[in-house]
Design a protein around this ligand. Structure first.
Ligand code: LFR
Length: 485
């Protein structure tokens, strides 16, 4: 039997888990949960990093109060692309600005004026999204140069949390790859790209890979927690890398695609790097995998963010399953959107953004939550179907099944629609993929399992998976969707 701790911090909530690996099964127990750490002040969206770190400490304190366990390990993962900078005395400079902030508006074009877009893709293999770290750092240099001038250290969010726990500064590669500043061929920062940001000191910080040890908790943290030994290990610190480490492929690896479904839907395959004109044209990304030399070849799809926002705007009056039930009743409502339209990234009002889109495209605007639900879930399923076709074109693979993992895999309505729209077998689960992937890498680092593949077998064995097969013909509606994209 082996025990691990994992902190999985998403854009909307953070949780700490205990995981027990026993008899080829992993059992998870949630120890602590916290949320509400995205702030908006002085016209800036930023992360309340003190609250996040404080909550990790509170959760661990609670755990160690109840369990006098000395000598465990912990891995922390968070969303990608965001970072902090520190001065020579290791004090944070400015805010931990969120990727949903508008400081990067218009920055891509400015950067392309310095280095051609194609060249950036050729070097990094990373999809263009306005919020990538490259454009955030460029914006920082343009708008708050004085901060960058004082900065000595660059740490991605999970790496900063690791630093606070241990005093060690390491940037882990799966997450560093999301910056769009790493050269996928060398596995190191790309000199020419880094130069564009005006912050070459980024190269000062060590790089580490999933499975490496950051260090033991510092003496201050030891006192706070009341334990001497807690090893901080690098999982795939990028939550999506951890999630994908947990895809429970069922014998058809190489012919299966995945969607890591949460606030975002990350849809792709695990493969060698695919960087060519076509992948550039379709804006697919190659983020580093926890498995060396493999890429997470995927695309960001706007995901459940759309429905999360609409749900909030209805004052959380309806649960997700109520929304799905109401959506099913809306037989005659057929308006659709392209979920990846930029306007949906962080609009002031999501319902208005969706309605405006419908009106501009000569469709009826939704009038109730059921109609919003139907529009969002169908549009997502169609975009999944389209992306699946692109994935098999780009990889040359015949994709026979689709694993939907993460919190969004609980949405049975969307799972069935996805199976219908993409005409493919869907395997849903596990819900806690990110935590399971985080723990798998720790178990691998500790020698309890021999490979990530073995971890996936164990995960399959531990999770109640659900299967969906195509039931309804959605071809006509899909045609209409394609006209919008
Ligand atoms: C998912 C995720 C995505 C990344 C987005 C922003 O939580 O990490 O992979 O593109 O958030 O960081």
């Amino acid at each position: 039997m082996a025990k691990y701790l994992a902190a999985d911090i998403g854009a909307s909530s953070g949780r700490i888990f205990e995981a027990v690996l026993n008899d080829r099964k992993i059992e998870l127990r949630e120890i602590f949960r916290f949320d509400d750490y995205l702030r908006y002040e002085e016209k800036t969206y930023f992360w309340d990093i003190e609250k996040i770190y404080g909550s990790i400490i509170s959760g661990l304190k609670k755990y160690f109060n109840e369990n006098a366990e000395d000598g465990l390990s912990i891995g922390i993962d968070t969303w990608g692309v965001d970072f902090v900078i520190l001065d020579g005395k290791d004090r944070m400079l400015g805010k931990a600005v969120s990727y949903r902030d508008s400081r990067t508006n218009g920055m891509m074009e400015k950067v392309f004026g310095i280095m051609a877009k194609e060249k950036i893709y050729e070097k990094t293999g990373i999809q263009f999204m306005e919020f990538n770290t490259l454009f955030q750092l460029y914006a920082l240099n343009l708008k708050n140069k004085e901060l960058l001038e004082k900065a000595e250290t660059f740490l991605m969010i999970p790496d900063y949390l690791n630093y606070l726990l241990t005093g060690e500064k390491i940037n882990e590669i799966t997450n560093a790859s999301t910056t769009q500043m790493m050269n996928y061929k060398t596995g190191f920062w790309d000199d020419e790209i880094v130069k564009i940001t005006g912050f070459e000191k980024i190269k000062n910080t060590k790089l580490g890979k999933a499975g490496d040890t950051v260090g033991n908790i510092s003496s201050t943290v030891q006192r706070e927690l009341g334990v001497k030994n807690l090893a901080v290990i690098l999982p795939g610190t990028h939550d999506t890398a951890s999630a994908i480490a947990a895809v429970p492929y069922s014998g058809e690896e190489g012919t299966a695609a995945y969607i890591s479904s949460g606030t975002w839907s990350l849809m792709g395959i695990e493969s060698g790097y695919i960087v060519n004109e076509k992948s550039y044209g379709l804006n697919f990304t190659n983020e580093a995998s926890v498995i060396e030399n493999k890429s997470r070849f995927l695309k960001n799809i706007m995901g459940l963010w759309l429905i999360q926002r609409v749900k909030k705007e209805y004052n959380d009056e309806f649960s997700f399953s109520e929304i799905a039930a109401l959506a099913k009743e809306e037989k005659d409502f057929t308006s659709l959107i392209n979920p990846n339209d930029d306007r949906f990234l962080n609009p002031e009002n999501m319902r208005k953004a969706i309605s405006d889109y419908c009106i501009e495209t000569n469709q009826k605007a939704p009038e109730n939550i059921g109609q919003f639900g139907k529009l969002i879930f169908h549009s997502l399923a169609f975009l999944y179907a389209k992306t699946l076709k692109e994935l098999s074109e780009l990889s040359g693979l015949t994709i026979r099944s689709l694993n939907i993992i993460g919190g969004g895999s609980q949405n049975e309505y969307l799972n069935q629609l996805t199976s219908d729209a993409a005409e493919i077998k869907v395997i849903a689960g596990p819900v806690e993929a990110t935590v399971l992937g985080n723990v798998t890498v720790q178990a691998y680092a500790g020698g309890e399992i021999k490979s990530i593949e073995e971890g996936r077998e164990i995960i399959k064995n531990s999770s109640g998976l659900k299967y969906y097969r195509p039931e309804r013909d959605l071809k006509d509606l899909y045609k209409k969707f394609l006209e919008l994209c």
